[in-house]
Design a protein around this ligand. Structure first.
Ligand code: HEM
Length: 131
């Protein structure tokens, strides 16, 4: 990591972000807490996530160039995001990075970077009425 200016570069740039996103969404779609939130056709979401993660991890500002200010918390407000869903989202990301053999501490640094927004997007308390 130390020889790279950004997580984007350390992970391997455009190709690595595409690989990460294509490993991440099948996990999301297979997760019982996350799957119900997402559309059946996940490809448009994947394309936006490639643009967003590129810029979020320090690469070119592809998302803002196309969609303007990200306003990511606002974009997530229509969905009930509980602390458990935030943890599940980060868990899917961590597994995807693991599959790519991203070494420590890079994997942990990437997860830490994503934890801020993931917890910030929580907009619903835990559902304690379940089961
Ligand atoms: C905390 C747990 C999270 C959940 C449950 C979640 C869920 C969702 C859902 C349901 C959508 C909309 C899918 C659709 O278009 O129908 C979405 C979109 C998106 N999410 Fe998340 N998300 C989470 C965290 C994050 C984080 C941490 C990031 C990035 C740092 C992120 C980036 C995005 C992006 C870029 C989009 C597409 C936005 C657009 O429509 O332009 N999400 N997310």
């Amino acid at each position: 990591m130390s020889s790279y200016a950004t997580l984007y570069e350390a992970l391997g740039g455009a190709e690595a972000i595409r690989d990460l996103v294509s490993r991440f969404y099948p996990k999301v779609q297979a997760h019982p807490l996350l799957a119900p939130l997402f559309p059946e056709d996940i490809h448009p979401v994947m394309e936006k996530q490639i643009l967003f993660l590129t810029q979020f991890l320090g690469g070119p500002s592809l998302y803002s160039d196309q969609y303007g200010h990200p306003m990511m918390r606002a974009r997530h407000l229509p969905f009930e995001i509980t602390p458990e869903r935030a943890a599940a989202w980060l868990g899917c990301m961590s597994s995807a990075l693991g599959e790519m053999s991203v070494p420590e501490p890079l994997r942990q640094l990437t997860i830490e970077r994503l934890s801020g927004p993931a917890h910030h997007f929580v907009n619903t308390e835990s559902d304690t009425t379940a089961n």
